[in-house]
Design a protein around this ligand. Structure first.
Ligand code: HSE
Length: 339
Protein backbone atom coordinates (compact mmCIF):
# COMPACT_ATOMS: atom_id res chain seq x y z
CA UNK A 1 0.00 0.00 0.00
CA UNK A 2 1.44 3.33 -1.07
CA UNK A 3 0.73 6.16 1.34
CA UNK A 4 0.89 9.90 0.72
CA UNK A 5 1.06 11.58 4.11
CA UNK A 6 -0.02 15.17 4.69
CA UNK A 7 1.21 16.54 8.02
CA UNK A 8 4.23 15.23 9.86
CA UNK A 9 3.68 16.44 13.39
CA UNK A 10 2.88 14.35 16.45
CA UNK A 11 0.39 12.09 14.66
CA UNK A 12 2.20 11.67 11.34
CA UNK A 13 5.36 10.83 13.23
CA UNK A 14 3.38 8.36 15.34
CA UNK A 15 2.32 6.53 12.18
CA UNK A 16 5.89 6.58 10.80
CA UNK A 17 7.13 5.17 14.09
CA UNK A 18 4.64 2.31 13.88
CA UNK A 19 5.61 1.56 10.26
CA UNK A 20 9.27 1.68 11.27
CA UNK A 21 8.91 -0.61 14.28
CA UNK A 22 6.07 -2.96 13.31
CA UNK A 23 6.74 -3.54 9.59
CA UNK A 24 7.92 -7.13 9.94
CA UNK A 25 5.07 -8.12 12.25
CA UNK A 26 2.42 -6.43 10.07
CA UNK A 27 3.75 -8.22 7.03
CA UNK A 28 4.03 -11.63 8.73
CA UNK A 29 0.70 -11.53 10.55
CA UNK A 30 -1.54 -9.63 8.15
CA UNK A 31 0.30 -9.67 4.82
CA UNK A 32 0.28 -5.90 5.08
CA UNK A 33 3.15 -3.84 3.82
CA UNK A 34 3.03 -0.08 3.43
CA UNK A 35 5.39 2.46 1.92
CA UNK A 36 5.23 6.18 2.57
CA UNK A 37 5.78 7.55 -0.95
CA UNK A 38 5.22 11.23 -0.10
CA UNK A 39 5.22 13.46 2.96
CA UNK A 40 4.18 17.10 3.06
CA UNK A 41 4.52 19.59 5.89
CA UNK A 42 3.41 23.21 5.99
CA UNK A 43 6.80 24.70 6.82
CA UNK A 44 9.29 21.86 7.27
CA UNK A 45 9.71 20.61 3.72
CA UNK A 46 8.18 17.83 1.66
CA UNK A 47 9.50 14.69 0.02
CA UNK A 48 8.33 12.36 -2.72
CA UNK A 49 9.87 9.05 -3.68
CA UNK A 50 7.91 6.57 -5.82
CA UNK A 51 9.83 3.63 -4.35
CA UNK A 52 9.10 4.70 -0.78
CA UNK A 53 10.73 6.82 1.89
CA UNK A 54 12.50 5.29 4.85
CA UNK A 55 10.40 5.89 8.01
CA UNK A 56 13.44 5.90 10.31
CA UNK A 57 15.22 8.46 8.13
CA UNK A 58 12.03 10.56 7.95
CA UNK A 59 11.84 10.62 11.74
CA UNK A 60 15.53 11.48 12.06
CA UNK A 61 15.14 14.33 9.58
CA UNK A 62 12.06 15.89 11.16
CA UNK A 63 13.56 15.58 14.64
CA UNK A 64 16.61 17.39 13.29
CA UNK A 65 14.23 20.22 12.36
CA UNK A 66 13.17 19.69 8.74
CA UNK A 67 12.60 17.09 6.04
CA UNK A 68 15.34 18.96 4.16
CA UNK A 69 17.71 16.90 6.34
CA UNK A 70 16.49 13.65 4.68
CA UNK A 71 19.42 12.16 2.76
CA UNK A 72 19.53 12.54 -1.02
CA UNK A 73 18.80 9.29 -2.84
CA UNK A 74 18.26 8.63 -6.56
CA UNK A 75 14.64 9.34 -7.50
CA UNK A 76 13.97 11.59 -4.49
CA UNK A 77 12.02 14.76 -5.20
CA UNK A 78 11.58 17.67 -2.86
CA UNK A 79 9.26 20.63 -2.46
CA UNK A 80 6.06 19.29 -3.98
CA UNK A 81 3.21 21.27 -2.42
CA UNK A 82 0.48 19.32 -0.68
CA UNK A 83 -2.13 19.91 -3.43
CA UNK A 84 0.21 18.35 -5.97
CA UNK A 85 0.90 15.41 -3.67
CA UNK A 86 -2.83 14.83 -3.05
CA UNK A 87 -3.55 14.89 -6.77
CA UNK A 88 -0.45 13.58 -8.52
CA UNK A 89 1.48 11.36 -6.14
CA UNK A 90 1.42 7.71 -7.17
CA UNK A 91 -0.32 6.58 -3.98
CA UNK A 92 -3.20 4.29 -3.05
CA UNK A 93 -4.26 6.36 -0.06
CA UNK A 94 -3.97 9.89 1.21
CA UNK A 95 -3.44 10.06 4.97
CA UNK A 96 -4.37 13.49 6.35
CA UNK A 97 -2.74 14.25 9.70
CA UNK A 98 -2.32 18.00 9.60
CA UNK A 99 -3.80 20.29 12.31
CA UNK A 100 -7.62 20.38 12.42
CA UNK A 101 -9.46 23.53 11.36
CA UNK A 102 -12.92 22.89 12.80
CA UNK A 103 -14.44 26.00 11.21
CA UNK A 104 -13.49 25.59 7.56
CA UNK A 105 -11.99 22.10 7.31
CA UNK A 106 -9.29 23.69 5.20
CA UNK A 107 -6.80 23.28 3.68
CA UNK A 108 -7.23 19.54 4.21
CA UNK A 109 -10.77 19.48 2.82
CA UNK A 110 -9.66 20.38 -0.70
CA UNK A 111 -6.88 17.80 -0.46
CA UNK A 112 -9.45 15.11 0.38
CA UNK A 113 -11.51 15.95 -2.71
CA UNK A 114 -8.37 16.07 -4.87
CA UNK A 115 -7.26 12.68 -3.58
CA UNK A 116 -10.66 11.05 -4.08
CA UNK A 117 -11.14 12.38 -7.60
CA UNK A 118 -7.63 11.26 -8.56
CA UNK A 119 -8.37 7.70 -7.38
CA UNK A 120 -7.03 7.55 -3.84
CA UNK A 121 -8.70 6.39 -0.67
CA UNK A 122 -8.61 8.92 2.18
CA UNK A 123 -7.79 8.19 5.82
CA UNK A 124 -7.99 11.07 8.29
CA UNK A 125 -6.75 11.92 11.73
CA UNK A 126 -7.57 15.54 10.91
CA UNK A 127 -11.07 16.19 12.24
CA UNK A 128 -11.69 19.38 10.25
CA UNK A 129 -12.90 17.93 6.96
CA UNK A 130 -15.15 15.33 8.64
CA UNK A 131 -16.64 17.89 11.02
CA UNK A 132 -17.32 20.46 8.32
CA UNK A 133 -18.28 18.35 5.31
CA UNK A 134 -19.15 14.80 6.38
CA UNK A 135 -22.02 14.31 3.95
CA UNK A 136 -20.23 15.93 1.01
CA UNK A 137 -17.08 13.87 1.58
CA UNK A 138 -18.97 10.61 1.86
CA UNK A 139 -20.81 11.43 -1.37
CA UNK A 140 -17.53 12.30 -3.10
CA UNK A 141 -15.98 9.04 -1.92
CA UNK A 142 -18.95 7.07 -3.15
CA UNK A 143 -18.91 8.83 -6.53
CA UNK A 144 -15.20 8.05 -6.85
CA UNK A 145 -15.60 4.43 -5.74
CA UNK A 146 -13.11 5.05 -2.93
CA UNK A 147 -13.28 4.77 0.87
CA UNK A 148 -13.05 7.63 3.35
CA UNK A 149 -12.14 6.44 6.86
CA UNK A 150 -11.61 8.49 10.00
CA UNK A 151 -11.27 6.22 13.05
CA UNK A 152 -8.40 8.33 14.41
CA UNK A 153 -10.57 11.45 14.64
CA UNK A 154 -12.50 10.23 17.73
CA UNK A 155 -10.60 8.76 20.71
CA UNK A 156 -7.35 8.40 18.76
CA UNK A 157 -6.70 4.71 18.05
CA UNK A 158 -9.27 3.42 20.52
CA UNK A 159 -11.81 2.00 18.05
CA UNK A 160 -14.82 4.10 19.02
CA UNK A 161 -16.19 4.40 15.48
CA UNK A 162 -15.44 0.85 14.40
CA UNK A 163 -17.16 -0.46 17.54
CA UNK A 164 -20.25 1.65 16.87
CA UNK A 165 -20.46 1.22 13.11
CA UNK A 166 -19.34 -2.38 12.71
CA UNK A 167 -19.50 -4.42 15.91
CA UNK A 168 -22.69 -2.72 17.13
CA UNK A 169 -24.36 -2.52 13.72
CA UNK A 170 -27.96 -3.57 14.19
CA UNK A 171 -27.93 -3.08 17.96
CA UNK A 172 -29.63 0.32 17.46
CA UNK A 173 -27.53 2.90 19.22
CA UNK A 174 -29.69 5.55 20.83
CA UNK A 175 -27.03 7.57 22.64
CA UNK A 176 -23.26 8.04 22.90
CA UNK A 177 -21.92 9.62 26.05
CA UNK A 178 -18.44 9.96 27.41
CA UNK A 179 -15.10 11.67 27.80
CA UNK A 180 -13.70 12.32 24.34
CA UNK A 181 -10.98 14.90 24.90
CA UNK A 182 -7.67 13.79 26.36
CA UNK A 183 -6.21 17.22 27.08
CA UNK A 184 -9.04 18.44 29.31
CA UNK A 185 -9.28 15.10 31.09
CA UNK A 186 -5.55 15.26 31.77
CA UNK A 187 -5.83 18.84 33.04
CA UNK A 188 -8.74 18.00 35.36
CA UNK A 189 -6.91 14.95 36.69
CA UNK A 190 -3.75 16.95 37.40
CA UNK A 191 -5.66 19.85 38.97
CA UNK A 192 -7.09 17.39 41.49
CA UNK A 193 -3.53 16.81 42.69
CA UNK A 194 -3.11 20.56 43.21
CA UNK A 195 -1.34 21.39 39.96
CA UNK A 196 -2.21 24.70 38.34
CA UNK A 197 -4.26 24.82 35.14
CA UNK A 198 -1.34 26.34 33.20
CA UNK A 199 1.17 23.71 34.33
CA UNK A 200 -1.25 20.89 33.57
CA UNK A 201 -1.91 22.30 30.10
CA UNK A 202 1.83 22.62 29.46
CA UNK A 203 2.25 18.95 30.40
CA UNK A 204 -0.62 17.91 28.12
CA UNK A 205 1.10 19.78 25.29
CA UNK A 206 4.45 18.13 26.04
CA UNK A 207 2.75 14.71 25.96
CA UNK A 208 1.39 15.45 22.47
CA UNK A 209 -2.25 15.45 23.62
CA UNK A 210 -3.20 19.04 22.84
CA UNK A 211 -4.27 20.50 19.50
CA UNK A 212 -1.87 22.88 17.77
CA UNK A 213 -4.01 25.62 19.32
CA UNK A 214 -5.07 24.19 22.70
CA UNK A 215 -7.95 26.65 22.96
CA UNK A 216 -9.88 24.08 20.92
CA UNK A 217 -9.37 21.56 23.71
CA UNK A 218 -9.86 23.81 26.72
CA UNK A 219 -13.02 25.50 25.47
CA UNK A 220 -14.71 22.26 24.43
CA UNK A 221 -14.53 22.68 20.65
CA UNK A 222 -12.36 19.61 20.05
CA UNK A 223 -14.85 17.43 21.96
CA UNK A 224 -17.69 19.20 20.16
CA UNK A 225 -16.07 18.47 16.80
CA UNK A 226 -15.78 14.80 17.71
CA UNK A 227 -19.41 14.87 18.87
CA UNK A 228 -20.38 16.24 15.46
CA UNK A 229 -18.53 13.36 13.82
CA UNK A 230 -20.37 10.89 16.07
CA UNK A 231 -23.71 12.54 15.33
CA UNK A 232 -23.12 12.28 11.58
CA UNK A 233 -21.66 8.77 11.60
CA UNK A 234 -24.08 7.20 14.11
CA UNK A 235 -27.31 9.01 13.36
CA UNK A 236 -26.81 10.59 9.94
CA UNK A 237 -27.35 13.97 11.59
CA UNK A 238 -24.87 16.63 10.52
CA UNK A 239 -24.82 19.50 12.98
CA UNK A 240 -23.43 23.00 13.23
CA UNK A 241 -21.74 24.27 16.38
CA UNK A 242 -24.49 26.92 16.68
CA UNK A 243 -27.08 24.18 17.23
CA UNK A 244 -25.12 22.61 20.08
CA UNK A 245 -24.51 23.39 23.73
CA UNK A 246 -20.73 23.65 24.14
CA UNK A 247 -18.94 24.59 27.33
CA UNK A 248 -15.29 23.89 28.15
CA UNK A 249 -13.33 23.70 31.39
CA UNK A 250 -11.81 27.20 31.41
CA UNK A 251 -14.26 28.38 34.06
CA UNK A 252 -13.42 25.58 36.51
CA UNK A 253 -11.29 26.73 39.44
CA UNK A 254 -9.28 24.85 42.04
CA UNK A 255 -12.10 25.72 44.45
CA UNK A 256 -14.71 24.09 42.18
CA UNK A 257 -12.58 20.96 42.03
CA UNK A 258 -12.10 20.93 45.80
CA UNK A 259 -15.85 21.38 46.42
CA UNK A 260 -16.65 18.45 44.14
CA UNK A 261 -14.07 16.33 45.88
CA UNK A 262 -15.51 17.14 49.32
CA UNK A 263 -18.90 15.99 48.04
CA UNK A 264 -17.46 12.70 46.73
CA UNK A 265 -17.63 13.88 43.12
CA UNK A 266 -15.28 14.70 40.28
CA UNK A 267 -15.55 17.13 37.34
CA UNK A 268 -15.45 15.56 33.90
CA UNK A 269 -15.96 17.14 30.46
CA UNK A 270 -18.82 15.03 29.13
CA UNK A 271 -20.04 14.87 25.55
CA UNK A 272 -23.49 13.50 24.85
CA UNK A 273 -24.86 12.71 21.41
CA UNK A 274 -28.37 11.59 20.57
CA UNK A 275 -30.42 11.77 17.41
CA UNK A 276 -31.94 15.01 18.68
CA UNK A 277 -29.17 16.90 20.48
CA UNK A 278 -25.45 17.26 21.03
CA UNK A 279 -23.97 18.72 24.22
CA UNK A 280 -20.47 19.13 25.64
CA UNK A 281 -20.13 20.48 29.16
CA UNK A 282 -18.39 19.88 32.48
CA UNK A 283 -20.41 17.62 34.75
CA UNK A 284 -19.85 16.58 38.38
CA UNK A 285 -19.96 12.80 38.47
CA UNK A 286 -20.04 10.69 41.67
CA UNK A 287 -16.76 8.88 42.39
CA UNK A 288 -18.57 5.56 42.05
CA UNK A 289 -19.62 6.40 38.47
CA UNK A 290 -17.57 4.50 35.85
CA UNK A 291 -16.51 7.73 34.12
CA UNK A 292 -15.05 9.11 37.37
CA UNK A 293 -12.24 6.56 37.20
CA UNK A 294 -11.21 7.52 33.66
CA UNK A 295 -8.16 9.69 34.24
CA UNK A 296 -5.38 11.51 32.40
CA UNK A 297 -5.28 11.17 28.62
CA UNK A 298 -7.61 8.18 28.74
CA UNK A 299 -11.06 8.54 27.18
CA UNK A 300 -14.26 6.54 27.46
CA UNK A 301 -17.49 6.27 25.53
CA UNK A 302 -20.71 4.49 26.44
CA UNK A 303 -23.04 3.51 23.64
CA UNK A 304 -26.58 2.94 24.81
CA UNK A 305 -28.24 0.39 22.56
CA UNK A 306 -31.73 -1.00 22.23
CA UNK A 307 -30.66 -4.63 21.97
CA UNK A 308 -27.61 -4.84 24.22
CA UNK A 309 -27.98 -2.13 26.83
CA UNK A 310 -24.89 -0.06 27.55
CA UNK A 311 -21.54 -0.90 25.97
CA UNK A 312 -18.53 1.05 27.22
CA UNK A 313 -15.14 1.42 25.58
CA UNK A 314 -12.18 2.85 27.53
CA UNK A 315 -8.78 3.64 26.05
CA UNK A 316 -6.23 6.18 24.92
CA UNK A 317 -7.81 9.39 23.67
CA UNK A 318 -4.80 11.28 22.36
CA UNK A 319 -1.08 11.02 21.66
CA UNK A 320 1.15 10.44 18.66
CA UNK A 321 1.51 6.67 18.50
CA UNK A 322 -1.99 6.22 19.92
CA UNK A 323 -3.50 8.31 17.11
CA UNK A 324 -1.07 6.82 14.58
CA UNK A 325 -2.55 3.46 15.53
CA UNK A 326 -6.01 4.81 14.59
CA UNK A 327 -4.63 5.53 11.13
CA UNK A 328 -3.07 2.07 10.98
CA UNK A 329 -6.43 0.51 11.87
CA UNK A 330 -8.03 2.21 8.87
CA UNK A 331 -5.14 1.25 6.59
CA UNK A 332 -5.52 -2.37 7.70
CA UNK A 333 -9.27 -2.11 7.05
CA UNK A 334 -8.50 -0.97 3.49
CA UNK A 335 -6.01 -3.80 3.15
CA UNK A 336 -8.60 -6.36 4.37
CA UNK A 337 -11.10 -5.23 1.75
CA UNK A 338 -8.47 -5.54 -0.96
CA UNK A 339 -7.98 -1.84 -1.53
N1 HSE B 1 -6.39 17.30 21.33
C1 HSE B 1 -7.09 16.07 21.28
C2 HSE B 1 -7.37 15.58 22.69
C3 HSE B 1 -6.27 15.07 20.53
O1 HSE B 1 -6.79 16.13 23.62
O2 HSE B 1 -8.20 14.71 22.86
C4 HSE B 1 -7.02 13.86 20.09
O3 HSE B 1 -8.03 14.18 19.18
Amino acid sequence: MKIALIGFGTVGQGLAQILRDQAAQLRAQYGFSAEIVAVATRSRGSLVHPAGLNPAALLDAIRAGSLDAYPDTPGLQRAWHSERIARDADADVLVEASPSDLDTGGPALDLCYAALTSGKHVVLANKGPVVVAYAELMAAAQAAGKRLLFEATVMAGTPSLRLALEALAGAEITRARGIINGTTNYILTQMETGMSFDDALAQAQALGYAEADPTADVDGWDAAGKARILSAALFGRTRRFEEMTVEGIRGLTQADIAHASEAGERWKLIAEVTRDAVTVRPVRVPLAHPLAGVSGGTNAITYTTALLGDVTLVGAGAGGVQTGFGLLGDLLALHRCGA
